[in-house]
Design a protein around this ligand. Structure first.
Ligand code: NAD
Ligand code: DAU
Length: 350
């Protein structure tokens, strides 16, 4: 039986991972440490609170006293570190929070693990969840990112994630901390905060609002269903080699404009009487420093761990868009901030 500290488990990928872990490893204990920033939503974990082996802690990964206390008291042997500021656009308008959480927060967790596991780390693992954005940008005909592609981050977000990756690496080489790192491509799926491309465009299209496409819309991302990402993290956690990094990706490259048109077609099929949704596409000013193309070579995941995506993009995107259709209350509450009321009531005395 393991005791997992999952950080950021109320966010998009973290909450999907909590669901995944409880389903596949019900005997393990989970401590979910999340600061519940704008992106953290306990409604993503509805029903989970009743699980005996699950415990939520409202707190900041930069709070060393809290993190050390959790390591001491809870006998944590596994860390799965998702907590981060994750939105590139927000990192451009306000980079400081990214440095604090992504760099200092990761450092705080590494230090706590180093101190607590110093004498008994044989069964311990620290898995750091990172991004393909640390590798920078690709030209159209460049080969995909491998684990040996040099880092060349271009946004405050990706620079902060690259810094955290370097710290994780250094703790392995200097202190022998049992770490593994995953670098994943763009995720899509249920519970994604509706400021990211796919949910944003779908919800705007549903409501006949403009669909903002940055620049010429020809930037390319490699999309992976979040459930496949969670399976990949599970595989790396259990069988990945310590000190290694693993690229996780969908082998599924799409230009942004084509994704937007795909979403429009899906809605046109569902609502044949409406005006074609593609008429709502609006080209807007490009993101500063916008990376042109990401693509992941996930052959190490396949060759070493036997992992490959199970979702085809066709099935995954339909399932995701249908989830947003069926869970209108979820995103309406996210959008109008209603989901935060519970947090304010619950934590007003903290
Ligand atoms: P998200 O923004 O949806 O969720 C982040 C979570 O972290 C939220 O619950 C938030 O409350 C929490 N958090 C933020 N600051 C915190 C702090 N200081 N202390 C404790 N909790 C804090 O992010 P996501 O999209 O789920 O991404 C999760 C991780 O995966 C991130 O590390 C991100 O870099 C990485 N990643 C994301 C993608 C993607 O496509 N979304 C792809 C590859 C890697
Ligand atoms: O590659 C992995 C990364 O994917 C993760 O590390 C990040 O946490 C995650 O947010 C995501 O970053 P992106 O910047 O690629 O995701 P986003 O959904 O913000 O944008 C996807 C693409 O769509 C990007 O090229 C910018 C573009 N875009 C985005 C928005 C929100 C638009 O054209 N219009 C928009 O309104």
């Amino acid at each position: 039986m393991k005791t997992l500290l999952i950080t950021g488990g109320a966010g998009f990928i973290g909450s999907n991972f909590v669901h995944h872990w409880i389903k596949h490893h019900p005997e393990d204990r989970i401590i979910n440490l999340d600061a519940l920033t704008y992106a953290g939503n306990l409604e993503n974990l509805a029903g989970i609170e009743e699980s005996e082996n699950y415990h939520f802690v409202h707190g900041d990964i930069c709070d060393a006293a809290l993190v050390n206390k959790l390591f001491d008291k809870e006998n944590i042997d596994t860390v799965v570190h998702f907590a981060a500021e994750s939105h590139v656009d927000r990192s451009i308008t306000g980079p400081e929070a990214f440095i604090k959480t992504n760099v200092h927060g990761t450092f705080t967790l590494l230090e706590a693990a180093r101190k607590t596991w110093a004498n008994d780390d044989t069964r311990c693992r620290f898995l750091h969840v990172s991004t393909d954005e640390v590798y920078g940008t690709l030209e159209a005909d460049d080969p995909a990112f491998t684990e040996t592609t040099p880092f060349a981050p271009n946004s405050p977000y990706s620079a902060s994630k690259a810094s955290s990756d370097h710290l994780v690496r250094a703790y392995f080489h200097t202190y022998g901390l049992p770490v593994v790192t995953t670098n994943c491509s763009n995720n899509y799926g249920p519970y994604q905060f509706p400021e990211k491309l796919i949910p944003l465009v779908f919800i705007n299209a549903l409501e006949n609002k403009p669909l903002p496409v940055y620049g010429d819309g020809q930037q390319i991302r490699d999309w992976l269903h979040v459930a496949d990402h969670c399976r990949g993290i599970d595989a790396v956690l259990q069988h990945g080699r310590l000190g290694e990094t693993y690229n996780i990706g969908g082998c599924n490259e799409w230009a942004n404009i084509d994704i937007v048109k795909l979403i429009c077609r899906h809605l046109d099929e569902l609502r044949p009487g409406d005006k074609p949704k593609a008429e709502l596409i609006t080209y807007v000013t490009d993101r500063p420093g916008h990376d042109r193309r990401y693509a992941i070579d996930a052959s190490k995941m396949l060759n070493e761990l036997g992992w490959k995506p199970e979702y085809t993009f066709e099935t995954g995107i339909k399932q995701t868009l249908n989830w947003y259709l069926e869970n209108q209350t979820w995103w309406e509450r996210v959008r109008d901030g209603e989901y935060r009321k519970f947090i304010e009531q619950q934590y007003s005395t903290l």
